[in-house]
Design a binder for this molecule. Structure first.
Ligand SMILES: *Cc1c(COP(=O)(O)O)cnc(C)c1O
Length: 390
């Protein structure tokens, strides 16, 4: 099948004739489904995961969303969850058992590592490695069951060679999973490079309007069915049909939104390049050397999340706060990927040593470039730099 991403986002998985021709799928706001006779019920119940029986299993509205996401990632199957962490938790708990070891590669989303810490009580251990394939190879243990990566990461935007990593993992029979939230399937399709599972916080670009918290995991039917049976059905991080509807709506504009985020972020980056107060820009589009090759080989575009590092004489908490407080278009807040521009920083009044230990530069400011247009965004950022001069 050779559908474009646009066709998938707008039309795929929607059987409109079943819904009186309604162009927009109905929200099946129901917890359960009833049956005309007991035999039909018994048959449906036996195959609970492929029939509409109970919404903590399958729901028709959610199913439309899952079919689109599976197709977008070029995977066989998708399961959606009530949050990105729900999807991550379900994946880890399904694939790991007592005695398992996990390798986390590249900078990993904080709560994912906090969860990994908690898994110690089930006798699951883990290590973190950087994005160097040789380092990864030597960190693999006999009981390594999963290699879990982020590429790009969402603070320093580091990348890792997906093809090289999946080849290495396959030679050791290890399952690979990627948190693909930064790129969305529009700009990166990791399963096509041999990665087994692609996870998303749908809360970010796919929702796109900062009004839904949701997650998803995509992969082959066998792996996803295992995750559904244990990690979804029994852990219970279920997506509501109403929120599935908002996500279907978000998907319709995802391709055009991503183009616009990219357009804006490239202009903002060019602006930052001319600013002497900026020591470094962190974004996959400005990588050099072998990292630039990795980006070229596996990414089809760039989303709007980037970080900048202020020059050393301007990298104290007070400077970071001064810069951020001078902005008015960029709102201060966690999360990212919505229509609105956002700003945050890992800098705190007394955490310089902690940041140094983590390898996080002092004076790091993370920006989510929204859809207001680069002209407005740059004018706002100029206020931040002016405040630094005072
Ligand atoms: C936000 C985020 C998550 C967690 O998703 P929630 O929907 O907030 O649970 C996971 N990974 C990354 C990279 C994120 O940015």
């Amino acid at each position: 099948m050779n559908l474009t991403d646009e066709e998938i986002c707008m039309h795929y998985g929607e059987d409109r004739q079943r819904y009186e021709g309604a162009v927009s799928p109905p929200i099946f706001q129901t917890s359960l489904f009833t049956f005309k006779d007991f035999n039909t019920f018994v048959e449906a119940h036996e195959e609970e995961l492929s029939n509409f029986v109970y919404t903590r299993g399958v729901n028709p509205t959610t199913k439309v969303l899952e079919e689109k996401l599976a197709q977008l990632e070029r995977g066989e199957k998708c399961k959606c969850f009530g949050s990105g962490m729900g999807a991550i938790n379900a994946t880890l708990l399904t694939l790991l058992e007592s005695g398992s070891h996990v390798l986390f590669v590249n900078s990993i989303y904080g709560p994912t590592l906090q969860l990994a810490d908690k898994l110690a009580k089930f006798n699951v251990s883990y290590d973190c490695v950087d994005n160097n394939l040789e380092n990864i190879a030597s960190a693999i243990q006999e009981n390594t069951k999963l290699i879990y990566i982020e590429s790009p990461g969402t603070m320093m935007m580091d990348v890792i060679d997906l093809k090289g990593l999946s080849k290495l993992a396959k030679s050791h029979n290890i399952v690979t999973a990627i948190d693909n939230t930064w790129s969305t399937p529009i700009f990166q399709k990791p399963l096509m490079f041999g990665i087994d599972l692609s996870l998303h916080s749908l809360t970010k670009y796919i929702g796109g309007h900062s009004d839904v918290v949701a997650g998803a995991v995509i992969g082959n039917s066998q792996l996803i069915d295992r995750i559904i049976q244990y990690g979804h059905q029994l852990n219970g991080a279920v997506l509501s049909p109403q929120d599935a509807y908002y996500l279907i709506r978000g998907l319709r504009t995802l391709p055009v939104r991503m183009k616009e985020h990219q357009d804006n972020v490239m202009k903002v980056i060019n602006y930052f390049k001319q600013k002497q107060e900026v020591r470094a820009i962190y974004h996959p589009s400005v990588k050099t050397g072998s990292d630039a090759e990795v980006v070229e080989n596996q990414m089809e575009g760039f989303s709007g999340l980037l970080s900048i590092e202020l020059k050393q004489d301007r990298n104290k908490f007070e400077d970071v706060a001064k810069f951020i407080d001078a902005l008015s278009l960029f709102k201060i807040g966690v999360s990212w990927g919505g229509y609105e521009s956002l700003v945050t920083s890992p800098s705190r009044p007394n955490n310089e040593n902690e940041l140094r230990k983590q390898g996080t530069p002092l004076g790091l400011i993370r920006l989510s470039i929204g859809l207001e247009g680069a002209e407005l965004q740059i004018a706002d950022l100029e206020r931040g730099f002016n405040a630094l001069k005072q």
